[in-house]
Write a protein that binds this ligand. Structure first.
Ligand code: HEC
Length: 112
């Protein structure tokens, strides 16, 4: 038997499920500069997976990766790597992090 009291909480939850992500998206988009510079973005996001000492993602520093390639991976995701939309990392920040990782020394695997 479907009573009204059982229906209402479900509808309220559905409303929240639609409105909340939109609020979060606009909240993120309203920030002018999400990232201070390339180093800040690398240290606080990309590097959490990509720094050689972390090793979740392959090292991306010191490889001179081109902007278009980095952008394509970041916008679309790549296998285990999640995608990040422009509201989260704008193109300018991506250009900065591309420059920053290219300026870092290449990772030297330990010699046996
Ligand atoms: C949650 C962990 C994680 C984060 C955060 C992350 N990545 Fe990745 N990334 C990965 C993984 C894992 C791969 C490798 C996927 C595979 O090969 O299966 C990858 C692959 C890549 C590649 C391709 C590397 C190659 O050798 O071709 C690039 C470029 C890249 N990431 C850039 C970035 C940038 C720039 C950021 C920050 C904006 C970032 N990633 C943030 C996990 C992450």
């Amino acid at each position: 038997m479907k009573s009204r009291s059982r229906m209402l909480p479900g509808r309220a939850a559905l409303g929240a499920a639609v409105v909340l992500p939109l609020a979060l998206m606009f909240g993120a988009g309203a920030q002018a500069a999400q990232w201070e510079n390339g180093q800040e973005l690398y240290d606080n996001l990309c590097g959490k997976c990509h720094k050689p000492e972390v090793g979740v993602g392959v090292p991306i520093q010191g490889r001179g990766l081109p902007f278009e390639y980095v952008k394509a991976i970041v916008r679309n995701g790549f296998r285990a790597m999640p995608a990040f939309p422009e509201a989260y990392i704008d193109d300018e920040s991506l250009a900065q992090v591309t420059e920053y990782i290219a300026s870092l020394p290449a990772h030297q695997p330990k010699q046996k």
